[in-house]
Structure formats: structure tokens, C-alpha cells
Design a protein around this ligand. Sequence first.
Ligand code: SAM
Length: 215
Amino acid sequence: MRLKNVPGSREAIAASQYAVLYPEQQRGNWKELFGSDHPIRIEIGMGKGKFLTELAAAHPENHYVGIEKYSSVLVRAVQKQEELRLPNLRLIRMDAEALEEVFAPGEVDRIYLNFSDPWPKDRHAKRRLTSPAFLARYQRILAPGGTVEFKTDNQGLFSFSLEAVEECGWELLASTRDLHHSQLGQGNILTEYEERFSQQGNPICKLIARPPAEA
Ligand code: SAM
């Protein structure tokens, strides 16, 4: 994503009641923050928030936390949420590498990854959000039976992700390289990048996987 500096973005995020400024303090207490026992679902690299705001509006029965590394991007999601004021959605500016400082073991029910940065150079493979190192982090915060759902138009990244799922002993529950013409695409909510790339004619890939059950 090309990043433009958005003046005032840090201040706008700090002023929003929907942005969690010290997310480590919520570790193990996210259900208390939302005030009910519903499942916690997170999107990592949420960008400007189209997908997660639509998902949260459609599913008031779940709680959603959006994670984005850059204030200049997150501020757009914060602005959307300030208009929508969805009670089941909170937003965090953070790097996903620190996930385990923010969520306790088993606290998260589902993780969405949409159009994650491909990091095409081999030496950057560990930064890919579907690398074995990230899958290990996800495994530690997911509840039993919890899943990761990943969409991309990048065929190379999708192949890499399928290999990572296998290498880590995760169960591949579903996968397609043409989501918009597949059963798996029913009820699909488009992300900003998905809208752009599918208009350009790129097929969209999706996988759903879960870590092995504890022995
Ligand atoms: N998910 C959105 C979509 O599909 O339209 C945005 C996709 S954009 C290519 C990837 C986003 O992930 C960027 O906004 C980027 O800042 C964010 N991102 C990349 N690495 C991240 C990390 N380690 N932690 C949190 N966010 C990250």
C-alpha cells in the first residue's frame, strides 16, 4: 500500500472511543471490554476497514477487533467507525508481530487476513502474514477449533501460504483459486483491494485453515 502521510491521523485515532490505545492492557479481558461473552474475531492488516465494518454490521453476535500497522491508514477505518458507531468493533494501531502481547492464549475465535503484503523477496519471507512464524503466533492465541481465513489475488503468496499450512500441520478446511465463481464465495464481503483487483480481472484465492487440536 502506498502510504501518504495523513496530518492529524494520530490525534484522530487517540480521540476515538473505538480505538484501543493501550491494547496490552486488554490482554485476557477483551470480552469484558465488549461487555459480553461473544466470540472475538480479528482482522490483521485491515487497511481502511471496508471489510471489517461491513462484517461487524452484519454480525452483531460477534465482537471484532481490527489491527493495522499505520496510523495514516487506520485513521480511515476510525473515521468510518465514528460514523457507524458499531458497538461490536474496536480498532488497534499495532504491528502483528506483537499479537501475543495483546491477546491471551485461546482468546481469539477467528483471524482474517485479506490481501496481505506479499513481501516477494525470499529474505523477507518471515514478514509474510501467512509464514510459519506467524501461523505459530496465531496458533497460540486461537481458541480450540478457531480458524484463519486468508484472501489474496497473489498466486505466489497463495502457494506459499498453502505450503506453510501443510508444513505447520494445520488442517486445510477449504481452498479455491477462484473465490468469486466458487461456493466458498457465497456471502463474501469484498475488501478495498479485492474490489480493485477483481475489477482488473484477477481471480481471488481463499483458504480456510485451523491449527491441529492440542494432544
Ligand atoms: N486488508 C485490506 C484490503 O484487503 O483492502 C488492506 C490490504 S493492504 C495490501 C495490507 C495492509 O496490511 C496494509 O494496510 C498494511 O499497513 C497492513 N500490514 C502489513 N503488515 C502488517 C503487520 N505486520 N501488522 C499490521 N498490519 C500490517
